[in-house]
Design a protein around this ligand. Structure first.
Ligand code: NAP
Length: 267
């Protein structure tokens, strides 16, 4: 799908990757709708989007309030005159050993990272199909494919989103609506300074700027490519894991042992 002249709804656009995507899409000629909880940060992003796309708008929304999402999505669709591209970007980290996870943390990460994008997608999809065009773009994570130690709840939420997107892509294969997943590695954002999270073990991957995501998104949506990794070499790690899961798990356990030893944690 060509993007210029079309509309997009970008969730979680008050900072980081979502803000970069919203601004990048506006600069490429799309009218964007953005949402998140922090009104002040959202307003700053909106101002930058409106310099390119004056009809862009914002909604302050808590996406963990799942029952509100169908009404919100329909409203946003009406206001934007039909959403052509839904970017399911909003998400929260959960860096916590499985043995220390609380039930409410698992539920919350699942609500924000999995259930909320699914509700938005399934609300907007019938209208996209009716209009005969649309793209559903999901920000996954390499964690969905790598299942790193210390992030089980987060990885599971992103794996669920990825599996949902894969099945949906198959169901929509013969329609005009495309489905996509991007798996970022480490992007320099506030995700790594969220309170109520342990320190990340993934401290030896070179971080990329949030703007790096935009070109990949545009290329995927324009070509119809389902999946991409950023940086691209993570695709090789994912295929290596698929080819030898037992070996991958043993190697990942060794890596984690080394990381804990470096930090002086019990091994
Ligand atoms: N940074 C990375 O290295 C990396 C790697 C892989 C995947 N990702 C994924 O990329 C996406 C964006 O994260 P980021 O790195 O850009 O971090 P971020 O700067 O913390 O952005 C997260 C965004 O999600 C929004 N959000 C969180 N909870 C929300 C809620 N309940 N309702 C509405 N909006 C909510 C936040 O807005 P408010 O706080 O204003 O609500 C914010 O705009 C996430 O899905 C994350 O899992 C990031």
């Amino acid at each position: 799908m060509e993007l210029a002249g079309r509309t997009a709804l970008v969730t979680g656009a008050s900072s980081g990757i979502g803000a970069a995507i919203a601004e990048g899409l506006a600069a490429r000629g799309m009218t964007v709708g953005i949402c998140a909880r922090r009104a002040d940060r959202l307003a700053e992003v909106l101002e930058r989007c409106q310099q390119h796309a004056p009809d862009s708008r914002m909604w302050v929304m808590d996406l963990s309030q799942l029952d509100d999402l169908p009404t919100f999505a329909m409203h946003a669709d009406d206001e934007l005159g039909g959403i052509d591209l839904l970017v399911n970007n909003a998400g929260i980290p959960k860096r916590r050993l499985a043995t220390a996870l609380r039930w409410d943390e698992i539920d919350h990460v699942m609500a924000v990272n999995y259930l909320s994008p699914v509700r938005l997608t399934l609300t907007l999809l019938p209208r996209m199909l009716e209009r005969g065009r649309g793209a559903i773009y999901n920000i996954g994570s390499v964690a969905a494919r790598m299942s790193p130690a210390g992030e089980t709840a987060y990885s599971a939420s992103k794996a669920a989103l990825t599996a949902f997107a894969e099945g949906l892509a198959i169901e929509l294969w013969d329609t005009e609506v495309t489905v996509h997943v991007l798996h970022p590695g480490i992007i320099e954002t506030e995700l790594f300074i969220h309170p109520d999270n342990d320190e990340s073990y993934a401290d030896d991957v070179e971080p990329l700027p949030p703007s790096a995501v935009v070109d990949t998104l545009v290329a995927q949506v324009e070509t119809g490519q389902f999946e991409a990794y950023l940086p691209e070499w993570f695709a090789d790690v994912a295929s290596g894991k698929a080819a030898n899961l037992q070996g991958y798990l043993a190697g990942a356990a060794e890596y984690w042992r080394i990381k804990r030893a470096e930090r002086g944690e019990a091994v």
